[in-house]
Ligand binder design. Sequence first.
Ligand code: ASP
Length: 327
Amino acid sequence: MKKILALALTAAVSAGAFAQGFPSKPITIVVPFAAGGPTDTVARQLAEAMRKPLGDVAIVVENAAGAGGTIGANKVARATPDGHTLLVWHIGMAATAGLYRKLPYKPLEDFEYAGMINDVPMTLLGSPKIPANTYRDFEAYIRANGGKVNLAHAGLGSASHLCGLMWQSAMKLDKSLTAIAYRGTAPAMNDLIGGQVDLMCDQTTNTTSQIEAGRVKAYAVTTAKRLDDHKLLKDYPTLQEMGLRGFDLTIWHGLYAPKGTPADVMKKVNDALRVALKDPKFIQGQQSLGAVVVTDNRVSPEGHKAFVSDQITKLKTVIDAAGQYAD
Ligand code: ASP
């Protein structure tokens, strides 16, 4: 009995000491897409803003791309649950639950939820080679050339894939577009600019500067309302305005850790996230790219998890209606 008590005490003391010592080494934030893309941009800005609140620790961003984000997510699900490996992922956390019938992890069971980061609209883009300059002309061009047009996305289950599916289904195209998968929308954007692919739907965190520089053509935003507060993006119509009734897609990003990460470590991560989301430099960086930093209850672990659970249900309905899956 004495021995059991002693063992229990040792375990309790070392668990406490461990959490107190967090972080005890650099933290890795896994981004499940290529460097230079929108999820990567969010993660790098967040890493910078969370560094000080976590005691000036080094935070390294690691790009583990492939399979629409599921490879990186699975890597984090299986990492040591000590808070030193975190995941920044987007709506794919919920969408892949509908797009993949077999996932190597369970989105609601295999992660600790730290909280949500932002909401980000998407833009529908064409390569500079597409002759259309307005959404109406673009739509006419796609209807006339449907079978010959390529759509770039960041892998099956990615946000760009989901947007492409929703858009094609809302357009009721006779001939579906040819989808080309990349390891993220950073490399896809390079090919769009070069005209090797024809169109892409992607987060404003990746597209704003390219639209501004005139390297790609923008036709519409995917949100239900126009982006009236953004100096550049406010000029683009919503897809609803263009006749695609009910079209409303906003991407969000959240922060996660492997299941089993101690509660006091998760509290430190959530506290640091809350500080980061109030950091004027972070807010400004996000706003300039069209993103809105979360201020509501979704920043709490419970609030974010409830939101993701709801998104899984909603997106599954959309995906089942489109009738297309990743596996
Ligand atoms: N925007 C990408 C997507 O479509 C991912 C990325 O490269 O961040 O999911």
